[in-house]
Design a protein around this ligand. Sequence first.
Ligand SMILES: NC(=O)C1=CN([C@@H]2O[C@H](COP(=O)(O)OP(=O)(O)OC[C@H]3O[C@@H](n4cnc5c(N)ncnc54)[C@H](OP(=O)(O)O)[C@@H]3O)[C@@H](O)[C@H]2O)C=CC1
Ligand SMILES: Nc1nc(=O)c2c([nH]1)NC[C@@H]1CN(c3ccc(C(=O)N[C@@H](CCC(=O)O)C(=O)O)cc3)C=[N+]21
Ligand SMILES: [Mg+2]
Length: 290
Amino acid sequence: MSGKLIDGIAIGKEIREEIKARVSDLKAGGCTPGLAVILVGDNQASRTYVTNKEKSSKEVGMKSELIELPVSVSEEELLGHVTRLNNDQSIHGILVQLPLPTHINENHVISAIDPSKDVDGFHPVNVGKMIIGQKTFLSCTPYGIIKLLERTNTEISGKHAVIVGRSNIVGKPMGQLLLQRDATVTYCHSKTKDLAEFTKQADILIVAIGKTKFVSEEHIKKGAVVIDVGMNRDENGKLCGDVDFDKAREKASAITPVPGGVGPMTITMLLKNTLHSAEEAFKKETCTKQ
Ligand SMILES: NC(=O)C1=CN([C@@H]2O[C@H](COP(=O)(O)OP(=O)(O)OC[C@H]3O[C@@H](n4cnc5c(N)ncnc54)[C@H](OP(=O)(O)O)[C@@H]3O)[C@@H](O)[C@H]2O)C=CC1
Ligand SMILES: Nc1nc(=O)c2c([nH]1)NC[C@@H]1CN(c3ccc(C(=O)N[C@@H](CCC(=O)O)C(=O)O)cc3)C=[N+]21
Ligand SMILES: [Mg+2]
C-alpha cells in the first residue's frame, strides 16, 4: 500500500483564489486588507516563512508591512511597535514571529496585540474563545490542517486523533479543534511513556515535535491519515518533517509531505484571517480609504 499524497500546495492555492476574489471586492469598496509582520533578529528559518508570507499576501492583493528589529531590541520598544500597529487603521492583522529572544517575555507581547487584529489566534482572549467554540481567529497551522482534512474528505467525527506535541501554537489548539469536530483526542509529549503504544491507535495522527524523521512505520496503524507539521533540516540541509515520509507512506492511507503539506496551509489561513479582520473593519466603517 502507498498512501495518497495530501497536496497542501494545491489546496492552499484553491483557497487563496477565493481569498483573492474577496480582497478584490473589498478593494473595490476602498478597503485594502493590511498585514504587519514583526521579525526580531535574523533567524534563517523565520526569514523564509516571512518571505513566503510577504509573497503570498501580495499575490492575493493585500498590503504587507515587514518590521525588522535587531535581536537586541528591548521589550518596551517592541511593545511600542505593537501599539502603533494596533492604532493603525490600515493594518488588520498583526503577527509577531515566534520565538522571540529570551530577554523578551512572549506573553507580554502576545497579550499586547489587539485581539481583533490577532490573526495568529495566540492572544489569551482568542485562545479562550476558541476553546469554548466562540467565533474568533483560529491558529493558522491547526486551522490549515482542519482544511486539509475537510478538503480530502477525511472523516473526523468519532475518529481517534492522536497529537504528538503540545505547544501553544500547534499541538494544544489542534487537539481542541479536533475535539470540537467530535474526534476522540489523545495528546502525547516528551514525557509520554511508550509513544508508539498511543500513536498506533490513531486514525488521524498529527506530529508536531520538531525532530527529524522521528515518527516511522512502527508508530502508525495501517490506513491512518498522517499529518506532518515538522519543519526541520536534515544533515544535508534539506527541509524535512518529523515523519519518515517514505516508510510512513507505506502504512498510511493519506499523508502530507514536507515541504508542500502543512506549511503552505499555515500561510493561506493567515491570509484568510487577515481578510476576515479587514471585512469586519469594513462593516464597521473603520477600514481607511486607500
Ligand atoms: N508547517 C508549519 O506551518 C509549522 C511548522 N512548525 C514546526 O513544527 C514543529 C513543532 O513546532 P512547535 O509546536 O512550535 O514546537 P515546540 O518545540 O514548541 O514543541 C514541541 C513539542 O513536541 C514535544 N516533543 C518533543 N520531543 C518529543 C518526543 N521525543 N516525543 C514526544 N513529544 C516530543 C514537546 O513535549 P514537551 O511539551 O513535553 O516539551 C513539545 O510539546 C517544529 O519542527 C516547527 O518548526 C511549527 C509551526 C508551524
Ligand atoms: N507568530 C508566529 N506564527 C506562525 O505561524 C509561526 C511562527 N510565529 N513561527 C514559526 C512557525 C513556522 N511557520 C511556518 C510557516 C510557513 C511555512 C512554509 O511555508 N513551509 C513551506 C516551505 C518552506 C521552505 O521552503 O522553507 C512548506 O512546508 O512547503 C513553514 C513554517 C509559521 N510559524
Ligand atoms: Mg517555544
